[in-house]
Write a protein that binds this ligand. Structure first.
Ligand SMILES: O=C(O)CCC(=O)C(=O)O
Length: 274
């Protein structure tokens, strides 16, 4: 991270990396999703790419209205399918940021694809002075020590009207109740920063930051991949870091380590304990 990126991440709680996904990779990811969407629910489930449709009473998500014959808003645990989604586990363009923001041996604790139709939105959560051990933002001894850092990869162009990701910059350090938590982000509210993206852009953010998505008023389906990382002592989010058959055999050593979790303490700190 450059000195300016460190300053901005500390100040705002997020960074936008333009063009983090190489164009060809973004195309391959979209082609894979296009293919999976030609299959019915039982066929995708048999391949490990089960579509989990958002319930309309979800606490945070406002579900969109699919066009006639299209799929409803759904999430998919893409690593259970494998394919090109495995390449994002250790994408060099973003992993270097993750390592510096966590500042400890790290692991991947979740990965999912989200498809959101017109009308969909996601209410603000986090960033309200709560003490959540799984999401704390911290800076100590000259380095970041974040407990959860997430990357949202845009697979489609998303403007404000398409329901882009939105944050309250600086809320990761807030010590007071946040009145906007639980509300759908209003892009015109002075505290709210909508983050329009082009396909291939990545937003890296501390989970401690208030974040959500503004309402999709457009006609396009928004496609996003979320990859989440944490210190190695973390457990994973339910099944969200489970991998497809044969992963152990084909994975690079770094990919395998990020999935299995490296030893949580490095050699020096282990010596401190004895
Ligand atoms: O829809 C979005 O971009 C926000 C999703 C999100 O924050 C979450 O799933 O926790």
């Amino acid at each position: 991270m450059t000195a300016e990126e460190k300053y901005l991440f500390d100040l705002h709680g997020y960074l936008v990396l333009r063009g983090a996904l190489p164009l060809t990779m973004c195309q391959r990811l979209n082609e894979t999703i296009d293919h999976l969407e030609t299959l019915d629910d039982s066929q995708t489930a048999a391949l490990g790419a089960e579509r989990k449709y958002r319930a309309s009473d979800n606490l945070y998500a406002q579900t969109g209205d699919p066009a006639k014959g299209s799929l409803g808003d759904y999430d998919c645990e893409v690593l259970r399918y494998g394919g090109p989604f495995e390449e994002l586990i250790d994408l060099p363009q973003t992993l270097q940021y993750i390592e510096e923001m966590i500042g400890e041996p790290s692991r991947l604790d979740a990965a999912s694809f989200m498809s959101r139709n017109s009308g969909g939105a996601f209410r603000f959560h986090h960033g309200y002075a709560e003490l959540l051990p799984y999401s704390e933002y911290a800076f100590r001894d000259g380095g970041f020590k974040c407990v959860s850092v997430k990357i949202g990869y845009a697979l489609t162009d998303v403007n404000i009207e398409d329901g882009c990701f939105a944050v309250i910059p600086g809320s990761h350090k807030s010590n007071f109740t946040n009145p906007l938590v639980g509300q759908i982000p209003d892009p015109n509210h002075p505290l709210v920063k909508p983050l329009p993206c082009k396909a291939g852009d990545a937003i890296i953010f501390s989970e401690d930051l208030s974040h959500g998505a503004v309402e999709n008023h457009g006609l396009k389906v928004r496609r996003t991949l979320f990859y989440s990382y944490a210190p190695a002592f973390h457990c994973t989010w339910h099944g969200l870091a489970m991998t497809a058959e044969g992963f152990e055999q084909r994975a690079t050593p770094r990919r395998l380590q990020l999935i299995q979790g490296p030893p949580p303490f490095d050699h020096t700190s282990e010596a401190d304990v004895h």
